[in-house]
Design a binder for this molecule. Structure first.
Ligand SMILES: Cc1cc2nc3c(=O)[nH]c(=O)nc-3n(C[C@H](O)[C@H](O)[C@H](O)COP(=O)(O)OP(=O)(O)OC[C@H]3O[C@@H](n4cnc5c(N)ncnc54)[C@H](O)[C@@H]3O)c2cc1C
Length: 378
């Protein structure tokens, strides 16, 4: 993303909804088929200020509240989960730098992240270490000028085009986070056989003796694996919860249109009660999912630590409901919905991914259950 925003419009849900309807929905299926969100489109998103949505105004960002940011990611999720995913990982890295970075790291990176000039990628997972983040094998060893990083990261959203990688690696004092610019001997291998979020420019990343200066390490020592990682993943999880809600809304919109337009046996599909049951389930999931996401957002905006559990609950609910709604939407569309190029087929494939990323549904169940043992889930 190279073109800078002259003066991004102030973002809010209405502006994001209009942008998604006008610009994103008409091209999202093409991006899916071409397995890439086009560079020009990412530039357009940058021009409108969405890359800087959660970055402070002093770095040229929008400084949006969690409530607004979630609403924007809901709208992008309705339009295209791949584009939403690119914004998600970018925002996670920006958030980590703004909250935990040194003044020099903030100066170096936040302005170009806010403008969208540089796409950021979040590099935690490895082929042998997904859910179990403590098992990562990438290492960072002290060398004279800083750190030498060796290892391979897997399924990195935006990795194919990123200018900055936030890389988690094992150090002598725990897991450390490092800001690694692209180039710098980072090898990038695009992943082009994904079930869903096919256009999110996912890549495997190999770091073979990449040396970065000491100043590239993010956050205080010994602090990274717990607080930094938990808090950054919480940002991503909130985006995925909101984006999954957008998928449910998209399924509802497509299904009501189809049910009204399709005539079977001399009656509109919408007139059949079994169709109405599907529509009612989707409509209920939209209301319930939005309530859960907005609750998590309000807690975040109030600085309440209960927002972390609230976000797990929201993401667990909305990702499951998105998968169910997308399945019902394909069912309601019949064979038309089984074609790769149909919007509901894209929702169906993307929704499955939402149940796996940013903490799989099983991990969410474990965490939610742990929180109810002897306590009320706040
Ligand atoms: C499209 C896509 C984009 C991605 N983007 C990124 C990215 O940008 N950056 C990044 O770092 N990673 C990314 N990932 C990786 C993602 O975070 C991992 O896939 C996820 O954490 C799960 O890890 P895994 O795939 O290794 O599954 P595994 O950890 O092998 O889990 C397999 C299954 O076991 C279940 N399981 C695990 N633990 C338990 C348990 N305790 N009890 C019961 N069941 C359990 C899981 O829920 C899952 O169903 C992406 C993945 C995809 C598919």
């Amino acid at each position: 993303v190279t073109q800078l925003a002259a003066q991004p419009t102030r973002i809010d849900r209405d502006a994001a909804r209009a942008f998604v309807d006008r610009e994103l929905l008409p091209v999202a299926d093409n991006f899916d088929a071409e397995r890439a969100v086009a560079r020009e489109f990412r530039e357009l998103v940058a021009q409108h200020g969405y890359y800087g949505a959660n970055i402070g105004a002093r770095f040229g960002g929008q400084g949006a509240s969690a409530l607004t940011w979630g609403a924007v990611h809901e709208e992008f999720g309705r339009g295209c989960s791949s584009m939403r995913s690119l914004l998600t990982v970018h925002a996670m890295v920006a958030w980590a730098i703004e909250r935990h970075g040194s003044a020099a790291q903030q100066e170096d990176w936040l302005t170009q992240l806010a403008s969208g000039e540089t796409q950021a990628a979040f590099c935690l997972s490895e082929h042998e270490a997904g859910s179990d983040t403590e098992a990562i094998g990438t290492t960072a060893q002290r060398v004279a000028d800083g750190w030498r990083i060796d290892g391979a990261k897997a399924w990195i959203t935006g990795g194919a085009v990123a200018g900055l990688f936030l890389v988690f690696a094992r150090c002598e004092d725990g897991i450390g986070a490092f800001l690694v610019p692209a180039g710098n001997e980072v090898a990038v291998a695009p992943v082009d056989d994904l079930l869903g979020t096919r256009a999110s420019l996912v890549a495997d990343i190999v770091l073979d003796g990449v040396v970065v200066p000491d100043a590239a390490r993010l956050g205080p020592r010994g602090f990274t694996s717990s607080f930094l990682l938990t808090s950054v993943l919480d940002v991503g999880r909130f985006s995925v919860a909101s984006g999954s809600l957008g998928i449910i809304q998209g399924c509802l919109d497509a299904s009501t249109d189809r049910a009204a337009a399709r005539s079977i046996g001399g009656r509109a599909l919408a007139d059949y009660q079994l169709t109405q049951a599907k529509i009612a389930d989707m409509a209920t999931a939209v209301v319930a999912g939005r309530a859960l996401c907005e609750r998590a957002a309000h807690l975040k905006d109030a600085g309440d630590p209960a927002s972390v559990t609230a976000t797990w609950v929201a993401k667990y609910y909305t990702s499951r409901a998105a998968a169910r709604s997308a399945s019902d939407a394909v069912q309601l569309h019949g064979a038309a919905g089984c074609c790769d190029s149909h919007r509901v087929a894209r929702y169906y494939r993307d929704a499955k991914v939402m149940e796996i990323i940013e903490g799989s549904n099983e991990l969410q169940q474990v965490v939610i259950a742990a929180n109810v043992r002897g306590a009320v889930v706040r």
